[in-house]
Design a protein around this ligand. Sequence first.
Ligand code: FES
Ligand SMILES: [Fe+2]
Length: 385
Amino acid sequence: MGKIDTPHSQTDLTWDYSDPVNGPTIPAPYFYDPQIFAEEKERIFMHCWHLVGHVNEFNEPGNYVVQDIFEQSVVVTSDKEGEIHAWHNVCRHRGNRLMTERRGKVGGVLRCQYHSWCYNLDGGLRAAPRTEHLCNFSKADHSLKKVRMEIFAGWVFITLDDNAQPVSEMAAGSEEIMRRFLPDMDNVELVEETDVIVDANWKVIQENSIEGYHFDLSGPVHKDLAALIDFKGYTLTSYDKWWTYIGPPNKDATHAYGEPLEGATWQTDWFFNIGLWPNTTFYSFPYTDMIGTFIMIPLTPEKSLLRFGYYAPRGRPVPKVTKAAIKWMNTQLGPEDIELNVTNQKGLHSIGFGSGRYLIDDNLPNQSEHLVYNFHKLCYQAIKE
Ligand code: FES
Ligand SMILES: [Fe+2]
């Protein structure tokens, strides 16, 4: 029987990325190989910063948000003084997972539901039933274990790596741009969060979001989005570990997301997106009054959790067009992209593929896939170099 010539054997995972314009795309197994996935977990996700939410989600004592990173889990709380803390989400008694909901609010303590050890909001062990007669037992030795946290531009990030470069350094220069396009950033609150499981590698989802090549060539909803943007001015810029893709508005638009623009209110008419290494995106749709977050959380080599957060200014009603945009993202644009993610994931397994070719062309900067290349390069360098 003849040997089937696969485009990439398991051992052939090197990628010559020296020539983005003429060279090949990152080899297909990077999107499904379990060993690659294990390396991404160890070398990227155990060291990078993870977006938890906005500081305003912690404006009352006892508010908490749980962030899972593979089998690790972190709980972020605010204490009575309004200070935000991040803890490993585990009881120091026998290792029970402490908080099991994504977010919530507790009274004065985080209580383990197994044997009722209770922790203060500043992490200290307050009560541990029936431990009075234990020898050499001190509550002080059993506080929750701290996780590194950083607040950047009003957003709460955590990392499992105490030596990780601070977000403010990694994304130096980005806050100013965010504040220019997302002007109410200090005053937003979460209005909705939607989790979707997608049968695709996390990078397949990321790639799709950082190129405009497919906007007017794929599905009908994308064409609707493209019609809200002055697409000639769509600009995709890489700043090493962060990147922006920004489109000026189509000033002739009369409707957006099925709603008339006449009489409508919004804070920004631009299509603004900023990505932070490796998997966090903040964005704003044209003619809306909201900040979207878009996080690609890897679950397995070919399964990801896509988390859509929607934040709108506090103290005033969410405008009709913005509400329509949120619904449109959840029910139309999101699903249209997810369908592409899934068919892309399937195709990557084909022995008729192996690797492809980037469309990188200075004559078509608004369609160019240079951000895709840069992202692939960051991934490759993180796990192979
Ligand atoms: S494991 Fe938490 S109280 Fe026992
Ligand atoms: Fe898309």
